[in-house]
Design a protein around this ligand. Structure first.
Ligand code: ADP
Ligand code: MG
Length: 597
């Protein structure tokens, strides 16, 4: 589970903060204009707040002088209302942009996830990927917007204030800078801890996603095994880990906030002490000291907002880290146009047939796993039924995975329609193939959605035709809303045999030139199996059909049978030839006769 290990990794130290910062900026950059507007609005809203005490002073002066209050009160009212409206507009603009940043990140992740190679998804934990889309993206929300504007205005105000201080009194300036620099050093230690705790917390949330997926993916088995408690404990442990990391983040955040407040106060006291001594010694005027202290007081806000921005930034960098990991996963090359490319052309020239040929194919699922195919060689012509038989683990399903290009062989050649599958545009290859995988799933949704997912443009007549051919009529009649009945999470409301027939109907609806059926009739009763065998034989009159089958009745109807064992093709022939010539086949046939109807 290399995918799981990845999620536990801390932020790589070597990568430095710069690269992820730039990647964070990538998320904000498309909104630069709006950010400037939002930032300016917030800034102006803040300025009106600063102006209020000045106008209040005018009101009090007017009171004292006995002058009419109308004008200063009106100005104050305009400032209060106007300031509030401007600040609210600024907040809205920034928050709207923040949501847009999250939307863009989610869209990007969804697009990436759907282009992932099957090989990658096989070794990853879907639940963790889900949490990266749903949970980690929300961490980008404030970071890419208000944190940036807060940081920018904070830096500007701080720089301005510090420059003013330097002009006012070099000694007090030195004292202030000393205190602030010491604080910055401590922050340098605290902030990365916030980042690391956030990464670990998000990883724990991701793990909860994986565990939930595990439980709901096998809910009946969990119940039947009485494993609720054990599974619950695993989930609880992950939730607890997320809690612990969340508490860590809270602790470090509280510390950094306190430090920021303390720093200003310590600077205040130190300046008061040093400045007071200098005033006493006659080296400084008291009015300068007071002005300096006021300036320091006004810098409290930019300093706290800078620290807050830096704290939020740690969470954002953690999210970027987990989001970017998805970008490093291998994607399928789907850029090629479906209508061009050697494969599509060759198949058309070949009269639409999609003959299959395996030549000396070697394959393993991963470099650290044993070989699954050791030089598999066989042909299946453009028309007719070919059966793949052999003990489980022989590598039959893997043959189909290579045909669909879920994986690529490590040696040899896999051809469809005379063209190496690697030279086919993937979309064209897959649209030429109808594939019913082993334990074919039904997706959550209606029966109609399940059929149309393979052929969105199929007509009502097309659907009626496949329903008839796959014997789905009785199911359709039974379902309360017919085709529009929801058949549940993983098709839990229909039987295993019905699920298989839905999967076959879906594959047929695609109008394939090559049909792959992997133990697709294993759960059918004798009557349905016999009926579907006829359908398959009918289909095989026009196109190539490859079946992995256990039932002898299906196998004996095949024009050719490929006997596989331990990743090799032992023999190819008809039933009669193989019974005479191949011992393994004879054994399989003998045992399968027992289950054949
Ligand atoms: P069959 O369909 O003939 O039962 P498979 O092609 O499914 O056999 O599997 C052949 C071998 O490859 C088995 O040893 C199996 O454990 C292994 N295998 C199948 N799928 C994977 C996978 N996704 N990752 C790693 N190993 C796999
Ligand atoms: Mg199999």
């Amino acid at each position: 589970m290399a995918g799981a290990q990845r999620t536990e990794e801390p932020v790589p130290e070597g990568a430095g903060p710069k690269a992820p910062l730039r990647r964070l900026w990538d998320h904000a950059r498309p909104h630069t204009g709006v950010l400037v507007v939002g930032g300016l609005l917030t800034f102006v809203g803040g300025l009106t707040g600063l102006a209020q005490p000045l106008v209040a002073k005018l009101v009090i002066d007017a009171l004292a002088e006995g002058d009419p209050l109308t004008t200063p009160l009106f100005v104050l009212g305009v400032l209060v209302v106007g300031g509030a409206v401007i600040a609210a507009a600024g907040m809205f603009v920034l928050e709207r942009t923040a949501q847009s940043v999250v939307l863009a990140a989610r869209r990007q992740l969804v697009a990436r996830l759907l282009r992932l190679r099957v090989a990658e998804v096989d070794r990853l934990k879907p639940g963790d990927l889900v949490s990266r889309i749903t949970s980690d993206t929300t961490l980008l929300r404030s970071v890419a917007t208000s944190s940036i504007t807060n940081a920018v205005t904070g830096v500007l105000l701080l720089a301005g204030g510090i420059a003013l201080m330097a002009v006012m009194d070099p000694v007090l300036f030195g004292v202030t800078i000393g205190v602030l620099a010491a604080t910055a050093l401590i922050m340098g230690v605290v902030l990365p801890r916030i980042g690391r705790a956030t990464v670990a917390g998000q990883a724990a949330v991701g793990e909860m996603g994986s565990l939930l997926e595990r439980v709901f993916g096998a809910f009946r088995t969990v119940k039947a095994s009485g494993a609720e408690r054990a599974e619950g404990e695993r989930l609880d442990a992950a939730a607890l880990r997320a809690w612990r990391k969340g508490v860590d983040v809270a602790g470090w955040t509280a510390l950094s906030g306190t430090l920021a407040g303390l720093a200003v106060n310590i600077a205040f006291l130190t300046v008061l002490g040093v400045g007071g001594a200098r005033v006493a010694a006659g080296a400084l005027e008291i009015s300068s000291l007071i002005a300096f202290l006021m300036l320091l007081f006004y810098l409290t806000e930019p300093i706290t907002s800078l620290v807050q921005a830096a704290t939020e930034l740690q969470g954002g960098l953690a999210a970027i880290h987990r989001i970017d990991e998805v970008a490093t996963l291998q994607q399928e090359d789907t850029d090629t146009d479906t209508d061009t490319g050697a494969g599509a052309g060759a198949v058309r020239a070949d009269g639409g047939s999609a003959a299959v040929s395996f030549t000396d194919v070697a394959f393993r699922y991963a470099p650290d796993l044993p070989m699954v195919h050791h030089g598999v060689t066989f042909d299946a012509p453009g028309r007719g039924l070919t059966a793949l038989v052999g003990p489980s683990g022989a590598g039959k399903t893997t043959v189909f995975s290579l045909l669909e290009r879920f994986y690529d062989p490590t040696g040899g050649e896999v051809r469809v329609g005379g063209v190496e599958v690697r030279d086919w545009p993937i979309a064209a290859l897959r649209s030429a193939i109808g594939y019913v995988e082993q334990d074919a799933p039904v997706l959550d949704g209606t029966l109609r959605e399940n059929l149309l997912m393979a052929a969105p443009n199929a007509t009502a007549a097309d659907i009626a035709d496949v329903v008839e051919r796959t014997r789905l009529g009785p199911l359709l009649a039974r379902l309360p809303e017919g085709l529009d009945s929801r058949i549940g999470h993983r098709g839990t409301t229909i039987s295993g045999g019905e699920r298989q027939r839905v999967a076959i109907a879906r594959a047929l609806l695609r109008g394939p030139r090559l049909l792959l059926l992997d133990e697709a009739t294993s759960q059918l009763d004798a009557a349905n199996e016999a009926a579907l065998k006829n359908t398959v034989l009918e289909v095989a009159r026009d196109i190539s059909v490859l079946v992995v089958a256990h039932r002898l009745s299906t196998v004996t109807s095949a024009e050719r049978i490929v006997v596989m064992d331990a990743g090799r093709v032992r023999a190819v022939g008809t039933h009669a030839e193989l019974v005479a010539a191949d011992e393994l086949y004879r054994d399989l046939a003998a045992s399968q006769l027992l289950t054949a109807s």
